[in-house]
Design a protein. Structure first.
Length: 310
């Protein structure tokens, strides 16, 4: 009887968000040997101590004391553990790990990846965390031009060209949805509505209308209210229409900043990923789809290889 050789750990990868913490112990063959998830994001760790939070998870997986750790996300923000700063666009994806900042005062080698900054006076923008997803997604996209969407409360649309981030735009779609749904006259139309999915005709129709005519956005928003009053629009349909209007407006804006025909990629997961898959289809696009969790792990893996020649 033969047994498979034990895979030795090579490094620890961490995605440290504002409200979430994810850690993976990665073996020399690239496999995930252990995983930890918690709600100890930057907000919590700023109070309890970043080093203490990380060490508790490293101890839980029995990580060797000399194992290096690579971190992306809000741990590198100004309010985080150590500020990792920003690379200015246009920026080569390969330059991201080179600019990683080492955490001082730690026995093990712990580094935090930087974010990206767009310093154009008419369109200043920043991202932190998504750059690692881009680094991980790049291997699946190839070296040409791409328009990459990473949905979220603040969705990012990134223009990639030849392995470089040429520019990007952030859309406050998720935050606007919450504000409009809860704090405007439309809240009455959405009362008691449940969760929505992309498989909804009202959602898809709203996306199509906005992509075709984004200048009518605020008029279409009021139509949600009017439809509930005089056209029998149900709360569920009203919510779907509001979501489709805002996501469609986002897509229209993103497409206006890229050359016609540029391939579109979605880096998505979960229910929000389903909404965006249906939305871009309603907009007449056929995107490539990349799993967001895999993208961040692959991005951290690319960074670890560049830093430690793994």
């Amino acid at each position: 009887m033969t047994t498979s050789p034990v895979c030795l750990p090579a490094y620890v990868a961490v995605d440290w968000g504002t409200s979430s913490f994810r850690l993976w112990l990665i073996g020399r063959d690239g496999r995930v040997l252990a995983e930890r998830r918690s709600g100890e994001g930057m907000t919590t760790a700023a109070r309890t101590g970043f080093a203490e939070v990380l060490q508790s998870h490293l101890a839980a997986i029995a990580a060797p004391a000399d194992l290096p750790v690579l971190i992306c996300g809000m741990a590198g923000a100004r309010q985080g553990w150590v500020e990792a700063g920003y690379l200015d666009t246009p920026a080569a994806l390969a330059d991201i790990p080179v600019a990683a900042v080492r955490v001082p005062g730690q026995a093990r080698d712990i580094r935090i990846l930087p974010g990206l900054a767009q310093r154009a006076a008419e369109a200043p923008d920043v991202m932190r965390g998504e750059e690692t997803q881009l680094l991980g997604a790049a291997g699946e996209l190839g070296h040409g031009d791409h328009l990459v969407c990473m949905p979220g409360t603040h969705s990012k649309w990134v223009r990639l060209s030849g392995g470089k981030v040429a520019g990007f735009s952030t859309f406050m779609t998720g935050e606007l949805f919450e504000a409009i749904a809860k704090h405007t006259i439309l809240s009455h139309a959405l009362a008691e509505a449940g969760a929505i999915s992309g498989d909804n005709s009202a959602f898809r129709a709203a996306v199509t209308r906005m992509v075709a005519n984004p200048a009518l956005a605020t008029s279409q928003l009021f139509s949600v209210r009017a439809g509930s009053l005089i056209a029998g629009l149900s709360p569920q349909e009203a919510k779907a229409r509001l979501s489709g209007t805002l996501i469609g407006l986002e897509i229209a804006g993103a497409l206006s900043m890229a050359a016609a025909g540029t391939p579109v990629a979605l880096v998505v997961s979960g229910g929000l990923g389903d909404l965006y898959r249906q939305a871009v289809a309603a907009a007449g696009l056929s995107p490539s789809v990349i799993d967001a969790d895999a993208a961040v792990r692959n991005g951290l893996a690319a960074g670890a290889r560049a830093l430690w020649s793994l």
